[in-house]
Write a protein that binds this ligand. Structure first.
Ligand code: BTN
Length: 263
């Protein structure tokens, strides 16, 4: 698998020698963190064929069946404070959409903040984790994309609202090509993350299906309803609530009316 990924990556790609392939692991994010603790460099990539404890946001699991998806984590050691990286998950979503489009011709939508979607179904997700190792900020970006599943392969819990590239496009799906395109796209993202923030966020806004929709915000035990009006420069969702005031939402769970979880 690693050789095939390398075949799809340019010969002189700067991260070529930093790719770790694992047939099976708990979570590539966890393994990337272990590598960070051991001193692995900026641009270290961990890819697995199968995750036994694939993790998603808000403590959820990410189903990662063998041979079906791309499960990839990237370690970055940014040379800046964490507060300059508020848009990182958005930038990653743009990079992932670029990669999928390059390989399949299909550009997924983005459900704020970190879900890749096709129509009303979830194609994949992003889990960004920040940690300090020996006084240095380390960022671990995890991306999971369903690739080869047909409807019957999807776990019953997610079958009604998930999809895969094979389900969404007629294009033959080669997971190694998707992995290599993701690495190339994440490299480009890293190059322009701090310099092209406005342009990255403009692309994110164009691709985000949550804007201009009625939304439901679940935070702790409270449920609130509003209308998503825009996304600010740091990736916060600007929601106008029924009492008329607008709030920048950073955390909590947003559901989009008509999509999974909010009929
Ligand atoms: C989500 O849907 O909430 C985010 C899913 C992120 C899944 C990816 S797969 C590679 C990396 N390793 C993990 O354990 N999670 C991320």
């Amino acid at each position: 698998m690693k050789e095939k990924i390398l075949c799809h990556l340019s010969k002189n790609h700067p991260w070529r020698d930093r790719i770790h392939w694992l047939e099976e692991t708990d979570s590539t994010n966890t393994q990337a963190k272990i590598l960070a603790l051991a001193g692995a460099p900026h641009g270290t990539v961990v890819i697995a064929g199968h995750q036994t404890v694939g993790r998603g946001r808000m403590g959820r699991s990410f189903h990662s069946p063998e041979g079906m998806g791309v499960y990839l984590s990237l370690l970055l050691r940014p040379n800046c404070e964490a507060d300059r990286l508020m848009h990182l998950t958005c930038a990653t979503a743009v990079a992932a959409c670029d990669a999928v489009e390059k390989v399949t011709g299909l550009r997924p939508g983005i459900k704020w903040t970190n879900d890749l979607v096709v129509g009303k179904r979830k194609l994949g997700g992003i889990l960004t984790e920040l940690t300090i190792v020996q006084d240095q900020l380390c960022v671990i970006i995890g991306i999971g994309i369903n690739c080869l599943q047909q409807l019957g392969d999807l776990n019953p819990e997610i079958r009604d609202f998930a999809c895969s590239l094979a389900m969404a496009t007629d294009h033959p799906i080669v997971r190694e090509a998707v992995s290599a395109a993701l690495i190339a796209s994440l490299y480009e993202m890293d190059q322009r993350l701090l310099t092209d923030k406005a342009e990255i966020m403009a692309t994110y806004r164009r691709g985000c299906i949550t804007v201009d929709q009625d939304v439901r915000l679940l935070r702790a035990d409270t449920v609130r309803y509003g209308h998503a009006e825009d996304i600010d420069e740091n990736g916060a969702l600007l929601v106008r609530f029924s009492d008329g005031h607008t709030e920048a939402v950073n955390s909590g769970e947003i559901s989009v009316r008509g999509m999974y979880g909010y009929a």
